[in-house]
Design a protein around this ligand. Structure first.
Ligand code: ZN
Ligand code: ZN
Length: 164
């Protein structure tokens, strides 16, 4: 039997850029992390990608399943994107002992000023694969107070620099 969830059930909504694919996430995020790995940054073209992870069953696509296209970027992960706008909708972990789904933070619902709703519950608390962060970008992050794992979460932590 699953432990009882909080009285106030957490619920987050999100979609791809064009809105063809929509999802809901219920429950507390498993992780909120900025990934600097070469796969995420090359596929997205971004400096890094912030992800929010959920238990498999807690992230559900509620619209546009037929528009999702998968790409197995490694033995560990299959990435699903919208065939219309190319947004990364969610990623499926393929590790039998660690099943989860994650989705880019940027997919979550925003207000009309482009501020992500419920940001306090979704914003990143750590970085991963910081050893793959390009030098021109790592400067930007080195004085933030987030945990910086050199590779996977649980790996060696790269110390933050003092603000000066
Ligand atoms: Zn789309
Ligand atoms: Zn990555």
């Amino acid at each position: 039997m699953k432990p009882e969830k909080n009285v106030e059930q957490l619920k987050f909504e999100g979609s791809c850029y064009c809105g063809s694919c929509q999802f809901i996430c219920e429950g507390k995020p498993l992780f909120r992390i900025i990934c600097h790995c070469s796969i995420c940054t090359r596929i997205s073209g971004g400096i890094a990608v912030a992800f929010v992870g959920f238990e498999n069953d807690d992230l559900k696509v509620i619209k546009g399943l037929e528009h999702l296209r998968g790409f197995k970027s490694s033995e560990r992960m299959e990435r699903f994107h919208c065939e219309k706008c190319s947004s990364n909708v969610y990623n499926q972990s393929l590790l039998a002992n660690r099943l989860f789904r994650d989705t880019p933070l940027m997919n979550f619902q925003r207000d009309d000023q482009e501020n992500i709703l419920q940001l306090d519950q979704l914003k990143p608390d750590s970085h991963m694969f910081f050893n793959q962060c390009q030098k021109c970008y790592s400067e930007m992050f080195k004085t933030d107070d987030l945990i910086k794992f050199s590779s996977m979460p649980g790996s060696t932590i790269i110390p933050n620099q003092q603000k000066y």
